[in-house]
Design a protein. Structure first.
Lengths: 509, 1106
């Protein structure tokens, strides 16, 4: 009888044993990080969404192309714009504070980018594929993570550093700000991997537009010169910068493709980006797939938008950013070809596309201020849809100017050679030999002439330690409001401090 | 010849077919069962082989029981079963074996079919006159009662009635007294005397002391219950005509709050047990014959008349054995089974007539026109001259008025219910087969619900195996547009708007001038084709094996398939003006289908042993796995040249192609559970329960939850000091504590991270891109409810008053809610288990026999109250949005509003002006005295849930008559009747309630209704107490009068008995609530929504037993 009982119990227990996976969910109706990243192609699709992120930073967020031009020596907001969120930044009003929306948007952008990169990086080891290709995918994701953190650390200072996806709300909400240097160390490590692993040039045609070793080196150079400047002032970094810039510019270690176009204007022709001046670009595609750029509309004249002959579809826009008078007048208006290419007024330097408007019998459109036409869509000049003109994240001209700056800081007179390459192309004569400090100032101005409105000006001023001084001097909109030791950084969004009071606010906010 | 079915014939023909199959099946079963029951002469024909040496008599008897179908009846005090014997029998008759076994003792045996009664001669010895008595035992309805035990008092001599309720007792003395007893019936004693025939009618035991109550994984005698369980019997479920069990349960259980705000055909009733435990999901777990139902259709597919009983498990010790899904209570449904020795054919038919008695009286056209003129004058718009459309003027001049409710409802709509069931049983086979058809025509035109079903319940014993199979196949179908898109315009529809234009087209400007046209409800109602079909199958197969007496193992496999398919078509004329179709031109067709499969495998082992005379132990252990798969598919098309195809030929559409949609959700559950019951001296009962549930829904780090509970009961009447009081017939104190979970608060896949798509364009080539768009929640787990329960049961006055009082406190922790997280994660919100809430309450159930003579009058009162409070949100958070506040009942935001304190009067011009108001406008309390009425003047007003609620049932029987009066009531719940914001707007555009005739004017300085005015200028658009109404009510839910034609007469017409009855449902409502029904829910001021009409149902029916 007992034996019978045991047999029965045994059978009963066996019925109860079932497979371990019984309680695991395996959804078929949506992708999860666990069911998706299983092949090389999956990883590449993950990478695609990361490549798309800078479209927000350079175009898609509210006035994003102007965020780092406003409140600088070069750019200000049209008085016709009444939006508080734009005015806060452009004129550094007192209501530019921790509750302002744009710092929050940017914070969110940075960390969404980091998150996308982190999830992808985490997924790579579990995919069965060629190890070299694995490394190449990882290097791209990490280079982009470096790009996001670099933007974040420059605008917010110390940031919570998160390198692995975390989903535990408690752990997340306990994060605090990591010192700036630690963040830079991570950025350098990520970029060095890209410099080492990524190809100088992608062979296959469908890979054109991917970042290269040169892109990583150029960004690394930008990181070094930033670290060498304010506020870290780690001057040893000039040597680091010189080493890699020499490899990039002189030794052509990262490819022979980088050159300047003969004419400044050629660098901005749709067909030339990406091209020989492209070191790191973000791609846009006209009108389709939600991939189009809105950069041109931000700069196009509001006057044209309101005029009966204009409107969005005839080249009108929002006049979000206009040059400061001081900057506009700083050019050699006759010789510098960049001037005519960059600016137009209702009476001068009118693009051909608008010739009919200008010659209209009803009289020309009157612009309140000179406008920026550097990024305009020419064919057709229809701003009601996005343009396909790609945007430079790093242009070769920038690399040359960084090299010139670095050499000057290290007292190497080859600096003139690279500055003059830029000046000569613009139609200006060689820069006469002057002191190191005069050369430094000239570089800062030359960068403005060459690179204005491309998205970096604010950072150039802060690392030069001249943000307060130049804004005060040249920007009539923000000059009276700018506070030294405050406006070099943006405020940390209040929402984050509300969640974790151990996240400190930046000084004076 | 094969006749092809036309598509529109499908429903009708399916149902006819179903009925035909049903008839055929029943016939087959009747034939089959009869042949089983026909087996007789078992004792003569059965021969047994035995070989046992030096064995206790008891073991020999057990051996015989296991080898045959015989079972022994004897008194252990008289028969020495421990005596050791040796016996060897080869193919011998039972009587011969017994003769040998008891040779030389005074034990005699009597074989009656399969029962063997062992007695000693010592008692009957000295009786002188012995005789034979025969007779028949019947129930109060005249139906024969098989299986009644008849024992000569003071002896073990006895028999059991046969299938027809007849018995024969031989060799009994004249001075003997016969005891007739049967489960659920009152015992009767009759002195034999000179009578040779003793016919007995047993009365039902109103108290049901020995009532057996279904609990999780078993049954328990009510007197031994240590937890809190309310049982509802079949009879109580049939008080009102009900489409489904949720309707039938209304008002029947103390602590089970029901709310029927949707009254459309076949709609379910909201049930909530002992308050809300969660922000999400408060519905109890339904378990049908041991199978947790996972689809909505699964409960609705059961015919209420197939239900034997419903147990509502309330306290932790009752629900914990259902673990992570039980926190909201468990409703156990036991369907009918065949009864031993009793074969019945029962037919139940009723027919009901529904009528719409609208408690909301509306203005007619002329009155509305007056109101509008007044409003224009008061608001001084258009020079004070009211604007009318030409159609309105024409209606006015012809003195015409449209009553939109009349246009979309019918005066009388019928309900038909037809049920046939067969039950039968021998010791080895018990069977119940039923077929049912329920058909309800909705009070709203062209709407209806039909359900046809066949149920088969079989219990078959084969040696030590018992096989149980319960299956239900049903087909439900519903039709018609009954939603807010027609109810809202019917409520507010302008009486000056004609139904049709001159050209015959439906008129669309139902809402007055100045407002956007709202669709014509008559057009929607008549033209939109909407119907669904829902086949449902539930089937359970269980095999039980008796390892040895006291130890059983059982394996059960259950499956459920629920398929819901809806066809929907908006015709060409309507589609471009129809919001729900997406405003497409030339017709819109849509077919949607949801399929739900649910299956479970469960194994249990149970043990029951009397360790000593005083200590009894019962134990149960089990393992279960359940899996559910839900799929959906939807396709739609637009652009048709004809309305003929409706949604049945979508390929014929010419409109822009629409993407079909499909979905799949799966969940699985794995569980271990156990129970131990220790009974001491039949006085103390200690129960321990647990369940460990692993659920696929839970986060990866929290896959398993453990839910223990314990209960103790003290039967105080077993104590001498209570007994000596001679006051209590029964007194029991119980208490329990334990945990249960709410796994349903976590949606399927809710803990999973998700990827979103974001493509990138590599210079002209679009490349798909994906990124993580939703966090994963590895730590997310069930919500846990800890519950303490204390209960007291007592009976006094010779069991004529029975009272149960229960008190409970429930604390729910780990509430699942969305919390903000650092955006550093790349996400802004995440789910976390954060927050606690509390429910506590009191329940009283009172049963009494008021009169117990010729007239019998029983009364049952259920009373319950619950207090709910959010005690914490964690993290120092004090509120979630404007909905939930710590320290308040959850959802209190719906009662956070400004307070109306009257109407500004002509004497208050200056004061009113401070608020930008004028006399005639509503006056509000300025809480912060800042001379403006805004959000800061809000305060909590009124109650979200009732203070107490319950029901009162009265049963009166006299001879063949029975009367049941059933009333439900609720006190203290307030409902925000925002529909009145429209219906009392005072602008004369949309229709208004008649009460607006008493509006404020200079000559009628009322404080009730403001002046006529345009654009809502007479009151704030904020939620205010003006429309917060006390929805307390007493409802005369039903009155039922029946007459049973008893046995002798009924038999003449070939019946065992037949009961005719008449029932009136929703007869009277006493309430201050001004809306359709006090069970309505809240409507916000601008909700484009309106309640479904409340129906009065008068029904007649009969139940016949063959």
């Amino acid at each position: 009888m007992k034996a019978k009982l045991y047999i029965v119990l045994l059978i009963w227990c066996l019925v109860g044993i079932s497979c371990k996976d019984y309680l695991n969910e395996s959804p078929k109706t949506f992708l999860t990080p666990s069911n998706f990243y299983t092949t090389e192609s999956d990883l590449k699709m993950g990478l695609n969404s990361i490549y798309a992120m800078p479209q927000e930073r350079y175009s898609n967020m509210w006035g994003a192309p102007n965020w780092f031009g406003w409140g600088t020596d070069c750019g200000q907001l049209t008085p016709a714009n009444g939006w508080p969120l734009h005015n806060q930044i452009a004129s550094l009003r007192t209501d530019f504070n921790s509750s302002s929306e744009i710092p929050w948007y940017f914070w969110d952008y940075v960390y969404r980018g980091v998150k996308n990169a982190n999830y992808l990086i985490q997924a790579i080891p579990n995919v069965q594929m060629d190890e070299t290709n694995k490394k190449i995918i990882e290097a791209q994701a990490r280079a982009f993570r470096a790009l996001f953190y670099f933007d974040g650390v420059r605008i917010f200072g110390a940031l919570p550093l998160i390198l692995k996806p975390t989903s535990d709300p408690d752990a997340l909400n306990a994060l605090t700000r990591t010192p700036v240097e630690e963040i830079y160390n991570q950025i350098i490590a990520d970029l060095k991997l890209g410099a080492q692993v990524l190809p100088n040039k992608w062979s296959s045609s469908e890979d054109q537009g991917r970042i290269t070793s040169g892109a990583c080196v150029a960004l690394l150079a930008r990181v070094y010169v930033t670290m060498a400047g304010s506020p870290l002032k780690k001057t040893a970094m000039w040597t680091e910068a010189k080493t890699i810039l020499k490899e990039l510019v002189e030794d052509k270690k990262y490819g022979t493709q980088y050159e300047l176009f003969t004419n400044y204007s050629d660098a901005f022709a749709d067909s030339n980006i990406p091209g020989k001046e492209s070191v790191w670009t973000v791609n846009f595609t006209k009108g389709t797939f939600g991939q189009a750029s809105d950069v041109h509309t931000n700069f196009a004249p509001l006057e044209l938008y309101y005029d009966s002959r204009g409107g969005l579809s005839r080249g009108g826009g929002w006049s979000n950013e206009l040059p400061t008078d001081a900057f506009y007048n700083s050019y050699d208006k006759i010789k510098d070809t960049r001037f005519k290419f960059t600016f137009w007024t209702s009476t001068a330097d009118f693009p051909d596309e608008y010739a009919d408007i200008n010659s209209s019998t009803t009289g020309p459109i009157v612009f309140e201020k000179p406008h920026i036409k550097k990024f305009r869509e020419k064919t057709p000049n229809d701003n009601s849809q996005g343009t396909g003109i790609d945007h430079y994240i790093i242009r070769y001209a920038d690399v040359l100017l960084m090299y010139a700056e670095t050499l000057n800081e290290l007292n190497d007179n080859n600096s003139y050679k690279y500055l003059n390459m830029i000046r000569n192309r613009a139609g200006l004569a060689d820069f006469p030999v002057k002191s190191q400090s005069e050369f430094r100032d000239q570089i800062l101005l030359e960068r403005a002439w060459e690179l204005c409105y491309e998205g970096e000006r604010r950072f150039e001023l802060t690392r030069a330690g001249k943000y307060y001084e130049l804004v005060k001097k040249w920007n009539t909109q923000a000059g009276s409001n700018v506070v030294q030791g405050k406006h070099e950084l943006w405020p940390i969004p209040q929402r984050e401090i509300d969640i974790n009071k151990n996240i400190t606010q930046n000084p004076n906010y | 010849m094969n006749k092809k079915l036309k598509p529109e014939d499908t429903y009708a023909s399916l149902l006819t077919k179903l009925l035909r199959i049903m008839r055929l099946m029943i016939l087959m079963f009747i034939l089959g069962i009869n042949s089983l029951l026909a087996a007789s002469g078992y004792s003569q024909s059965t021969k047994i082989t035995l070989k046992m040496s030096d064995t206790r008599i008891e073991d020999v008897l057990n051996q015989i029981e296991s080898k045959s179908e015989f079972f022994f009846l004897f008194n252990q005090k008289q028969i020495d079963v421990n005596r050791k014997v040796s016996i060897e029998a080869k193919n011998e008759k039972i009587s011969d074996i017994l003769d040998e076994l008891f040779a030389g003792t005074d034990v005699k045996h009597q074989v009656i079919d399969r029962q063997i009664v062992l007695t000693t001669t010592s008692i009957t010895e000295n009786q002188q006159q012995v005789k034979k008595v025969t007779g028949k035992v019947t129930d109060s309805n005249g139906g024969s009662l098989p299986g009644v035990s008849i024992v000569v008092k003071g002896t073990t001599t006895g028999v059991i009635t046969d299938n027809s309720g007849n018995y024969t007792l031989s060799n009994i003395p004249e001075n003997a007294t016969l005891q007739f007893s049967f489960v659920g019936m009152k015992m009767q004693e009759i002195l034999v005397g000179s009578k040779a025939t003793i016919n007995v009618t047993l009365a039902e035991d109103a108290i049901g002391l020995e009532e057996v109550v279904a609990i999780g994984y078993g049954t328990v005698r009510k007197s031994d219950l240590a937890g809190s369980v309310s049982q509802v019997k079949a009879k109580d479920l049939m008080k009102i005509p009900s489409a489904n069990i949720s309707q039938a349960l209304q008002g029947n259980v103390a602590g089970l709050w029901s709310n029927q705000s949707d009254r459309s055909p076949g709609a379910g009733v909201y049930l909530s047990l002992r308050g809300s435990n969660s922000f999400s999901g408060n519905s109890p777990l339904f378990i049908v014959d041991g199978f947790p139902i996972a689809s909505g259709g699964g409960v609705e597919a059961i015919s209420p008349s197939d239900i034997e009983s419903v147990s509502v498990l309330k306290d932790a010790s009752s629900i914990a054995i259902y673990g992570a899904r039980a926190a909201n209570g468990v409703i156990l449904i036991t369907t009918k089974a065949g009864k031993l020795g009793k074969s019945n054919l029962e037919v139940g038919v009723y027919h009901g007539f529904q009528s719409f008695v609208n408690p909301v009286k509306m203005l007619n056209g002329a009155e509305l026109a007056d109101l509008r003129r007044d409003a224009y004058k008061n608001s001084n718009v258009n020079g004070g001259v009211a604007v009318f459309r030409s159609e309105e003027l024409e209606m006015l001049s012809n003195n015409q008025s449209t009553n939109w409710w009349d246009e979309i409802t019918g005066s009388s709509r019928d309900i038909g219910s037809y049920q046939i069931s067969f039950t039968g049983g021998t010791e080895n086979t018990r069977i119940m087969v039923s077929g049912n058809l329920y058909n309800e025509k909705g009070i709203v035109n062209n709407s209806g619900f039909t359900r046809g079903g066949i149920r088969t319940n079989i219990i078959q014993k084969i040696k030590k195996f018992t096989l149980t199979s319960n299956s239900n196949i049903s087909l439900m179908s519903g039709s018609g547009v009954t939603g807010e898109s027609i109810l809202y315009p019917a409520s507010i529809g302008n009486p000056l708007a004609p139904v049709r234009q001159k050209n015959g087209d439906y008129y669309t400007m139902i809402v007055g001038v100045g407002n956007t046209p709202w669709a014509n409800p008559v057009a929607y109602n008549r033209m939109i084709k909407s119907s669904y079909l829902e086949p449902h199958i539930t089937s359970t197969l269980a095999l039980e094996y008796l390892v040895f007496p006291g130890l059983k193992i059982k394996s059960q496999l259950s499956g459920e398939a629920d398929i819901w398919k809806q066809n929907y078509y908006v015709p060409i004329k309507l589609s471009s003006n129809h919001v729900e179709s997406g405003r497409v031109s030339d017709g819109y067709a849509q077919v949607s289908q949801n399929v739900n499969y649910n299956w479970m495998s469960e194994n249990t082992i149970s043990f029951n042993k009397l360790i000593t005379n005083k200590d009894q132990i019962e134990a149960l252990a089990g393992f279960s796995t359940q899996n559910n798969r839900w799929e959906s598919l939807q396709a739609s098309a637009s652009g048709f040249t004809t309305d003929l195809f409706e949604s049945y030929n979508m390929g014929n559409s010419t409109g822009e192609a629409r993407k079909p949609a499909s979905n799949l959700q799966e969940w699985s559950l794995m569980s271990y559970f156990g129970r131990m019951v220790y009974t001491r001296d039949n006085k103390y009962i200690i129960t321990g329960n647990f369940r460990s549930d692993g659920s696929s829904r839970f986060g990866a780090n929290n896959k398993w939850g453990f839910f223990p509970s314990a209960a103790i009961a003290w039967k105080m009447t077993e104590e001498p000091f209570i007994k000596s009081l001679n006051f209590f017939n029964d007194l029991k104190l119980r208490s329990s504590y334990g945990l249960a979970g709410n796994a349903e608060a976590i949606g399927v896949y809710m803990t999973q991270a998700r990827l979103g798509s974001s493509s990138y364009n590599w210079n002209g080539t679009e490349a798909a891109g994906y990124y993580t768009s939703q966090l994963s929640y590895e730590n997310l787990k069930w919500e846990t409810t800890k519950q303490f329960n204390a209960g007291l049961d007592f009976s006094i006055l010779d069991r004529r008053l029975n009272v149960t009082v229960e008190y409970y406190i429930k604390n729910t922790k780990d509430l699942i809610r969305s919390i903000p997280i650092l955006d550093v994660s790349g996400f802004q919100n995440g789910y976390a288990n954060l927050g606690n809430l509390e429910n506590k309450g009191l329940e009283i159930t009172l049963n009494s026999v008021v009169i117990d003579k010729g007239v019998k009058w029983n009364t049952t009162l259920n009373l319950a109250g619950n207090k709910n409070k959010l005690t914490s949100l964690g993290n120092g958070t004090t509120q979630i949005g404007t909905t939930h506040w710590v320290g308040q009942p959850i959802g209190i935001g719906a009662r956070y509003m400004i307070e109306k304190i009257g109407i500004w009067q002509t004497t208050e011009v200056a004061e009113a002006a401070k608020y930008g108001s004028v006399p005639g406008n509503v006056k509000y309390r300025d809480l912060n005295n800042d001379q403006k009425i805004d959000n800061k003047d809000r305060a909590f007003q009124g109650n979200l849930t009732p203070d107490y609620y319950g029901s009162l049932t009265n049963n009166v029987t006299y001879r063949g008559f029975d009367l049941n009066v059933f009333a439900t009531f609720e006190q203290g719940r307030d409902v925000y009747n925002g529909l009145n914001y429209k219906l009392l707007a005072g602008d004369g555009y949309d229709n208004h309630r008649r009460e607006i005739l008493e509006r404020w004017t200079t000559t009628n300085p009322t404080n009730k209704y403001p002046r006529a005015a345009l654009g809502g200028s007479n009151r704030s658009s904020m939620t205010s107490t003006e429309f917060l109404e006390d929805a307390s009510f007493i409802k005369l839910k039903s009155v039922s009068l029946g007459y049973t034609l008893a046995h002798p007469i009924a038999q003449k017409i070939g019946l065992d008995n037949i009961r005719f009855y008449f029932t009136g449902t929703n007869l009277l409502t006493f309430t201050k609530f001004t809306g359709m029904d006090p069970e309505d829910g809240d409507y916000s001021n601008n909700a484009r929504n309106s309640p479904y009409p409340i129906m009065r149902i008068l029904s007649i029916g009969f139940n016949a037993k063959f």
